[in-house]
Design a binder for this molecule. Structure first.
Ligand code: ZN
Length: 405
């Protein structure tokens, strides 16, 4: 891709209003499934610039997935000129840790004055960036192609809102852009996929004092399996030849009392890779390790534990071609701001994974999030403002102009 940089005269935006907007959104609680209040705040801003509820709709993603209080918010603006439709999207939910955030400006950052919670810059910065683009577009009466704005629910629990989005209401976008991340010039063109698994081990209960030898302890079976997986390099960062993945045992529950040989244990974990085949290879290694471990622990009367291993694809990996229109347009908008775009492949899932499955190749850009999913989360204000400008440009600039940079 051309490395020359051409800065275009910036379209002015109201930086102070954008900052106030993102801080207001960050202060609203909105964990996955509880996004009604933040959606209402977005709709209030839309009303303030002259839109009415005829101009937007909510889909029924929450009903289709069977969880949550509200669906995805869709606003479509018919174009002032004839060009293919563009999609600007961002998820609005935060990880539950961010409930209780009290955003505050400190220097070049928005920080959180509540030490117990995360800030929620992930992803209120993205949600506010596209909202700012929409507001500026209307207030400045900018010329624009047809644009669909999409605020997505339930991203943080496995890209659920985007998986169940009403694709037929998006007006067939040809260029698709998502905001969720840090660097405004980072153009994410691919992301990892994941399988989730559950292991249930049913051992044999017995009194731990009277007849421990008659029991089969499910934790002992699990421990042997986990030790073997660790020893063979199947846990954490997994590298086998040219294949690479990530495996994590994340949740364990089991046992009833100290005087009972533990007869039930449940483990949940996930396996990530950019290669779907290798995800299945990792799943097979896990299944095999738990099955083998069952045969290595027996009670005095020859009983052994049984294991049930279930795995399911949570989201698919994707990778866009560097010549894909959305990629070229995003790089163009970044260059117009005087930044050099950085093409990137993410090791976390994004709503763009779901969009790729819907046949909508979507690039993801950053909006100033730092230390996400921790109590140290903050938002870099200049990066957020750049994200707003890039979003506005992607909503308004002529396609030829974006692709010609
Ligand atoms: Zn996010």
């Amino acid at each position: 891709m051309a490395s020359r940089t051409r800065k275009t005269a910036p379209i002015p935006i109201d930086d102070e209003a954008a900052l106030q907007r993102v801080m207001k959104l960050m202060a609203i609680p909105g964990p996955p499934g509880k996004e009604a209040a933040v959606m209402e705040a977005i709709c209030a801003e839309l009303r303030a610039v002259g839109l009415s509820d005829r101009d937007w709709s909510f889909d029924d993603a929450h009903r289709r997935c069977g969880f949550g209080e509200i669906g995805n918010l869709i606003v479509h603006l018919p174009g002032t000129r004839d060009e293919p439709t563009r999609l600007l999207m961002a998820h609005v939910d935060t990880v539950p840790l961010c409930v209780g955030a009290r955003p505050q400006v400190r220097g070049r950052f928005v920080v959180n004055s509540n030490p117990e919670s995360g800030l929620g810059a992930d992803n209120r910065s993205g949600a506010a960036a596209i909202l700012t683009a929409l507001i500026e577009l209307l207030q400045q009466r900018l010329d624009h192609p047809p644009v669909t704005f999409l605020w997505v629910v339930q991203e943080e629990i496995g890209l659920v809102g985007s998986r169940y989005v009403a694709v037929d209401r998006l007006q067939r976008p040809r260029l698709c852009f998502n905001w969720d991340g840090d660097e405004p010039g980072r153009v994410t063109i691919g992301a990892i996929g994941a399988r989730r698994f559950t292991v249930e081990i049913r051992g044999v209960a017995s009194h731990a004092g009277v007849a421990p030898e008659k029991g089969v302890n499910a934790l002992v079976v699990a421990s042997l399996a986990v030790a073997e997986l660790q020893r063979k390099g199947w846990h954490g960062l997994v590298r086998k030849g040219k294949k690479e993945g990530r495996a994590n045992l994340g949740v364990v529950e089991g046992g009833k009392a100290t005087n009972i040989v533990m007869d039930r244990l449940r483990i949940e974990g996930e396996l990530r890779s950019h290669d779907r085949g290798f995800q299945r290879t990792m799943a097979a290694a896990y299944k095999d390790a738990f099955r083998t471990a069952c045969t290595r622990v027996r009670s005095v009367d020859g009983k052994q534990a049984k294991v049930t291993f279930r795995d399911v694809e949570a989201y698919r990996p994707f990778r866009l071609d560097e010549n894909e229109l959305s990629v070229r347009a995003a790089c163009g908008a970044v260059r117009q701001l005087g930044l050099e775009p950085e093409l990137y492949i993410a090791n976390g899932g994004l709503d763009a994974n779901s969009m790729a499955r819907h046949g909508l190749p979507t690039v993801t850009l950053g909006a100033g999030q730092r230390n996400v999913h921790t109590v140290n989360e903050r938002m870099h204000i200049p990066s957020f403002h750049r994200a707003c400008r890039i979003a506005l440009r992607l909503a308004t600039a002529r396609q030829q102009e974006l692709l010609g940079v």
